[in-house]
Design a protein around this ligand. Structure first.
Ligand code: 13P
Ligand code: 13P
Ligand code: MG
Ligand code: MG
Length: 379
């Protein structure tokens, strides 16, 4: 029997701005699942990262299952009712459609799923990030799956010798899923050439070339492609299987010590360093910095263990201090240059309407123009 892991996450309302959901909201989501699960899934686990509530399901129904997606959607609707009762900010923020239709993909919530034959021991990592987008995982995945400087197992273990296949999605293409498959190590320069552009090319999944098994699955939703305007950032979730033919847990976590700069932060419109945080953390400074949480689980016969909170360790306190310094540094330059995202990525319409208003006020020096045009004609 195959096991499916599904993470379905949504921002359905938050205390004091975009900080974190209320305890009552989380309780309602959990209660809804407990009451309505009726054997649909073997197990589930609810947590939050910043203002995003993530449900992890272990079940046997395969990926994209309508009933699993529906129960998550309904749990978020139930949580939204609490958000409204309590007057939380952004109640139902990520529920972009009025009614459920078959699958939550394209409806607002982020989804990362994978189906596999359980190994006798099946450790995996659950990742959830807030105030950033799916491209935030590009660099850590590239390093953990292709670079022996981060993944010593690529040299030390015979189980990863053939490398990994990357499935990369062009998320700016909105008419369907536009994908490419590239193999590491042979094509790492091509992989890097795509993954450098976090806003356009996003790792969708990674596969072992030794066993053909799925190693990683990332949510690739871009909310502004659904809503047509900014509603919130596309805060991404991810599943990574670890050990054996996959990177070790510590190798998968290692690149997160960079605190690399990602898109997101305040109003989803800035550049900030990604801070590894503990489970159920909030955000703060400038609605950030962007945060990521990592929970280790084992799944056996569809039952989940309790989570091991991977970034809850003294080592990561040191990294959090470093990342705080990086966040402070880039914030010193406010809106200028690299601190704010380029025009095409700005999540708020304000700049666009400002540009439209200012455009007619630009004056061109007519004399100079005529001179230039005249010169061109003579040529
Ligand atoms: P153990 O010997 O503790 O199982 O560790 C093996 C390993 O892969 C560590 O990354
Ligand atoms: P979220 O996408 O996490 O709701 O954040 C939105 C925002 O504008 C933060 O400043
Ligand atoms: Mg929010
Ligand atoms: Mg969020």
């Amino acid at each position: 029997m195959k096991t499916t892991l599904s993470i379905i996450k949504a921002d359905i309302g938050s205390i004091g701005g975009h900080i974190k959901p209320s305890a009552q909201l989380i309780d309602r989501v959990k209660d809804h699942l407990k009451t309505n699960l009726k054997g649909l899934a073997n197990d589930f686990f609810v947590s939050h990262t910043g203002d995003d509530v993530a449900i992890l399901f272990a079940h046997t129904r395969g990926v994209g299952d309508e009933k699993i997606h529906k129960i998550a959607w309904d749990a978020f609707i139930a949580g939204t009712a609490v958000a409204k009762e309590q007057g939380l900010y952004g109640a139902g923020q990520d529920l972009l459609k009025d009614s459920f239709s078959g699958n939550v993909k394209g409806m607002g919530p982020a989804v990362a799923e994978m189906e596999f034959e359980e190994r006798p021991n099946e450790p995996f990592l659950f990742f959830a990030a807030d105030k950033t987008d799916p491209g935030a995982y590009n660099l850590p995945l590239y390093l953990a799956f292709t670079d022996p400087m981060y993944n010593s197992g690529l040299i030390l273990s015979p189980n990863m010798a053939k490398g990994f296949k990357f499935v990369i999605m062009d998320v700016s293409y909105t008419e369907g899923d536009r994908m490419i498959e590239l193999n590491a190590p042979e094509e790492i320069y091509d992989i890097a050439a795509l993954l450098r552009d976090n806003e356009r090319f996003v790792v969708e999944s990674i596969w072992s070339r030794e066993t053909g098994e799925i190693a990683a699955s990332v949510s690739t939703t871009r909310l502004h492609n659904i809503a047509g305007k900014y509603t919130g950032k596309d805060d991404p979730v991810m599943l990574v299987r670890v050990q054996g033919p996959f990177p070790a847990t510590g190798e998968t976590l290692a690149p997160f010590n960079i605190g690399h700069y990602v898109a997101g932060f305040m109003r989803g419109s800035h550049t900030g360093p990604l801070m590894p945080v503990k489970m159920n953390s909030s955000v703060s400074y400038f609605d950030g910095p962007p945060v990521v949480c990592a929970l280790g689980f084992c799944v056996h016969n569809g039952k989940l263990t309790e989570p091991a909170d991977a970034f809850d360790h003294p080592y990561w306190e040191y990294i959090r201090t470093k990342v705080s310094r990086k966040a402070t540094e880039i914030r010193q330059q406010g809106f200028a240059g690299a601190a704010m995202l380029p025009y095409s990525e700005l999540e708020y319409g304000g700049i666009v309407s400002k540009m439209n208003k200012l455009d007619p006020r630009f004056k061109v020096n007519q004399e100079e123009k005529e001179e230039k045009v005249g010169k061109k004609k003579k040529k």
